[in-house]
Write a new protein. Structure first.
Length: 314
């Protein structure tokens, strides 16, 4: 695999920066720098029909939610979990990605501002994710959404939360989820796969960054036998909804995404896997510089989600 020309240019731009790496900052300063960097690489604001912020009951405290409604609502819904290693990010950093999902599918999107570490270490984010999914399926009709037409999506650490929420609520929802979209998900912290060994220095999540995330999120005793921390450990993958998993060729998480797709397929889950070979982890927040984000991937995920959400129900 070779880096595409736009990603090469991005990496050259990054290499010329004098800003300290995030893993050398406190988590508060890293959050501010993460927000600043995304503001430089994200595309201009995508218009939707309307948005509103509100809170729903959570297991420990209210969970902030941002709702995006399309100009012509389709009656479907998407629950979205942002990335950031469980430490960084919020509903603002992934605002445009949620806007794109809303406009491209006609579905109402509900972005979850789950609790972050180190203030709220694992499994706080998992509890919030499960609570948010259960809330949406119960509240769907009041939100003018068909509970049988709800997809769950997330990127990076948010992809892990999406996968875990579906496993943990299997058989407990008002209606089974209609689809699962995992964007370069983090699914196995054990570093067994070749890509974790081959890409230890790869922007934006070199090994130093990954360990910074893991130590903040898990503390010093990593739960290496807990499937809520490592979704690859779930023993029964059957009954999950149709799934699209996308990765990047120069992403340490690449191979665990591919492996998870194989596991789902072996369990009878309809699954599609795609690797955008020439680019890096996090590219959906870099649309100002990488056309693969909003010219290629945006079209692909919007079309796929719409097909799943609009499919006839048994």
């Amino acid at each position: 695999m070779k880096l595409d020309r736009e990603t090469e240019a991005l990496l050259f731009w990054v290499s010329s920066s004098t800003t300290n790496p995030l893993w050398r900052m406190s988590h508060e300063k890293a959050r501010a720098e993460y927000r600043r960097s995304i503001s430089k690489t994200e595309v201009p604001l995508i218009e939707v029909g309307s948005t509103r912020d509100f809170e729903v009951a959570g297991p420990a405290s209210p969970i902030p939610i941002r709702e995006y409604v399309a100009p012509n609502p389709s009656g479907a819904g998407i629950l979205f979990f942002h990335g950031g290693g469980g430490v960084l990010g919020n509903i603002d950093t992934h605002d445009n990605l949620c806007r794109a999902l809303c406009v491209d599918t006609g579905a109402a999107v509900y972005s979850v501002d789950y609790r972050l570490a180190p203030e709220h270490p694992f499994p706080a984010a998992v509890y919030d994710g499960v609570a948010a999914l259960e809330w949406l399926t119960v509240a769907a009709l009041d939100l003018s959404i068909d509970p049988a037409r709800i997809a769950v999506a997330g990127d990076s650490a948010g992809g892990s939360l999406a996968a875990v929420a579906l496993h943990e609520t299997k058989g407990r929802l008002v209606a089974p989820a209609a689809a699962q979209l995992l964007i370069y998900p983090a699914l196995d912290l054990r570093a067994k796969q070749p890509s974790r060994k081959e890409l230890v220095d790869q922007f934006p999540i070199p090994e130093d960054m990954l360990y910074w995330f893991f130590n903040h999120y898990f503390g010093h005793a990593w739960p290496i036998a807990d499937p809520r921390a490592i979704p690859a450990l779930y023993e029964d993958d059957s009954g999950l909804p149709p799934t699209l998993i996308t990765t990047a060729g120069f992403d340490p998480f690449r191979d665990e995404g591919a492996e998870y797709a194989e596991r789902l397929a072996a369990a009878g889950v309809p699954v599609e896997y795609e690797c955008y070979e020439g680019t890096v982890h996090g590219f959906m927040n870099m649309g100002r510089m990488l056309r693969v984000a909003y010219k290629t991937m945006r079209e692909r995920m919007g079309t796929w989600l719409k097909e799943q959400l609009d499919a006839p129900r048994a």
